[in-house]
Design a protein around this ligand. Structure first.
Ligand code: C5P
Length: 289
C-alpha cells in the first residue's frame, strides 16, 4: 500500500470566547468545537524521491511549501526521521475556504494521519497532535475531531460528548474576513459579552440539543465591522427558517444553524443558497478512533 485517501472533516465552533492575550502574541481561547460531515478528500501517495508536492481542484490555492498540507508532510518526515521518502498530496476541496471551518487545518491533520499509517510509524494521537501544534492552532483538534473544549491557543483539548443528532445548515457568504483584523478588534474592546461555555458544556453532557443551540455564541460576532452586516442578516434568516440557534464559526465568514427538524433544514438550505453563497447540510461526526 503506498496511497491512502483520508476524509478531512470541517470543524465548527459551537461557542468561542477570547479570554486574554498571551506573551507569545496569540490569544487565550475558550472554545467548544465539533466536526461535521462535510469533508475534503485528502489523498496521500508515498513517493521514493524525498520530495513533497500538492495539487488541488481549486486553482487559487497555493501548492507546495505554501500549502499547510505540504508543511504537515515535511514536519512528519522530519519528526519520524524518514529521509528517503516524499509525498504527493491531492486535495479535493469541498469545505469552504477561508471560512472559519478549519479546512486547511483539517487537511494538514489528514496528511499526518495518512503518513502515520502509510509509513507504519505508529505515532499516538497525542504525538500527532503535538506535531500539529507547530502547524496551526486548530490542527491538534482536527487529528481526532468529534467534540472538544479547546483552551490555550485552542489546542489544549478536553474531549466532550458529541452534539446530539441534528441537521446543521452551513452558509459561507461570498466574502472572507481577516483573522488578524478580528483579533485586533477584540483587543481594542475593553468590555464585552462572553458565552456561557460551562452551560453549553453541561447541555452537551445532558445531550440537550436546544440547551446547546441556545447558548451558542461567538465573541467575534460582536466586533464585526459594519461592512459584514450580511452575517447578521443571514443569522436572522437561519433563525426565522427554524434554526434552534445560529452562530458564526471561528473568525468567519461561515455561519451555521442547528435544526432538530431535518425537513426545515433542507428547506432552509434551499432558501439560502444562491447569491454567491456556499450552503451545505451536515451532521455532527464522532471522534475518530
Ligand atoms: O495558529 P494559526 O496559524 O491558525 O493562527 C492564525 C492567526 O490567528 C495567528 O497569526 C493569530 O493572529 C491568530 N490567533 C491568535 N490566537 C490564537 C489562535 C490564532 O491570536 N489562539
Amino acid at each position: 500500500m503506498n496511497q491512502i485517501t483520508e476524509k478531512a472533516f470541517a470543524k465548527l465552533n459551537l461557542s468561542l470566547d477570547v479570554t486574554g492575550l498571551r506573551p507569545d502574541g496569540y490569544h487565550e481561547m475558550r472554545t467548544v468545537m465539533q466536526t461535521v460531515t462535510l469533508w475534503d478528500e485528502v489523498t496521500v501517495r508515498l513517493v521514493p524521491d524525498g520530495a513533497v508536492s500538492s495539487r488541488s481542484n481549486l486553482h487559487y490555492l497555493p501548492n507546495g511549501g505554501r500549502n499547510i498540507a505540504c508543511q504537515a508532510a515535511e514536519a512528519f518526515f522530519l519528526r519520524a526521521g524518514i529521509q528517503n521518502l516524499g509525498a504527493q498530496i491531492t486535495l479535493k476541496k469541498r469545505v469552504p475556504v477561508c471560512a472559519g471551518m478549519g479546512g486547511g487545518s483539517s487537511d494538514a491533520a489528514a496528511v499526518l494521519r495518512a503518513l502515520n499509517r502509510l509509513t507504519g510509524t505508529g505515532f499516538s494521537a497525542a504525538e500527532l497532535e503535538e506535531l500539529g501544534r507547530g502547524l496551526g492552532s486548530d490542527v491538534p483538534f482536527c487529528i481526532s475531531g468529534g467534540a472538544s473544549l479547546g483552551l490555550g491557543r485552542g489546542d489544549a483539548l478536553t474531549p466532550l460528548p458529541r452534539l446530539p443528532a441534528c441537521s446543521i445548515v452551513i452558509c459561507k457568504p461570498p466574502f472572507s474576513i481577516s483573522t488578524p483584523e478580528l483579533f485586533r478588534l477584540i483587543d481594542d474592546r475593553s468590555s464585552r459579552a462572553h458565552p456561557d461555555t460551562e452551560g453549553l458544556i453541561a447541555a452537551l453532557r445532558a445531550q440537550e440539543l436546544s440547551g446547546v443551540a441556545r447558548r451558542m455564541f461567538n465573541v467575534f460576532e460582536d466586533v464585526l465591522p459594519r461592512r459584514f452586516s450580511a452575517i447578521k442578516a443571514l443569522k436572522s434568516q437561519l433563525l426565522d427558517l427554524g434554526a434552534l440557534g445560529a452562530v458564526m464559526s471561528g473568525t468567519g465568514s461561515a455561519l451555521f444553524g442547528i435544526f432538530d427538524d431535518a425537513y426545515l433544514a433542507v428547506k432552509a438550505r434551499e432558501t439560502l443558497r444562491g447569491k454567491g453563497r456556499e450552503c451545505h447540510l451536515a451532521h455532527p461526526t464522532e471522534r475518530l478512533a
